[in-house]
Design a protein around this ligand. Structure first.
Ligand SMILES: [Zn+2]
Length: 180
């Protein structure tokens, strides 16, 4: 297994729409393993392939609590087929280190995807899993969580943390607990 370098926000690969995976080759399985390893090593709870420089539609997630048994999940070609509700939650991102922000997203989503064994699955998700999946699927479409932030909100609430070059970000040290 190889730990990959996590790309950060100025890297153009993060802004590209990733390609669907047509066949689950041994290379894709290796990529999934490397992504999980990289995610654990970076203390992230989710990772999308563009974050390690690969423009393909694959996502890894593990939302188990620290100290609990690991519960690695791999989603190939994930797609949201249904969503409902609305909830705000503070997000961070391994590709936007040092920043976090509150993002409003649907509370529940139904996600269709393939497993590493090539099985088609459709699962309803809520809570943290729904949140991380939406964040990662955004990555596959070239979207970062900072794109969802309301600039005015940050100016009124967190003005002292505004940075000239990144007006949508607010600096914090808390982000690592939920970076994806
Ligand atoms: Zn992210």
């Amino acid at each position: 297994m190889t730990i990959q370098v996590v790309r950060t926000f100025s890297d153009p690969v993060l802004r590209k729409k990733a390609d669907p995976i047509k066949q689950i080759t041994p290379e894709i399985k290796t990529l999934a393993r490397d992504m999980l390893e990289t995610m654990y090593c970076s203390k992230g709870i989710g990772l999308a392939a563009p974050q390690v420089g690969v423009s393909q539609r694959i996502v890894t997630i593990d939302i188990s609590n620290e100290g609990e048994e690991l519960h690695p999940m791999v989603f190939i070609n994930p797609e949201i087929t249904k969503s409902s509700g609305q909830v705000d939650y503070e997000e961070g991102c391994l590709s936007v280190p040092g920043y976090h922000g509150v993002v409003i997203r649907p509370e529940q989503v139904t996600v269709r995807f393939q497993t590493l064994d090539g099985q088609n699955k459709t699962i309803p998700c809520k809570g943290l899993l729904a949140r991380v999946l939406q964040h990662e699927i955004d990555h596959l479409d070239g979207v970062l969580f900072t794109d969802h932030l309301d600039v005015d909100w940050w100016e009124s609430e967190e003005g002292q943390h505004m940075e000239k070059d990144h007006p949508r970000f607010s600096e914090t040290t808390k982000f690592r607990t939920s970076a994806a």
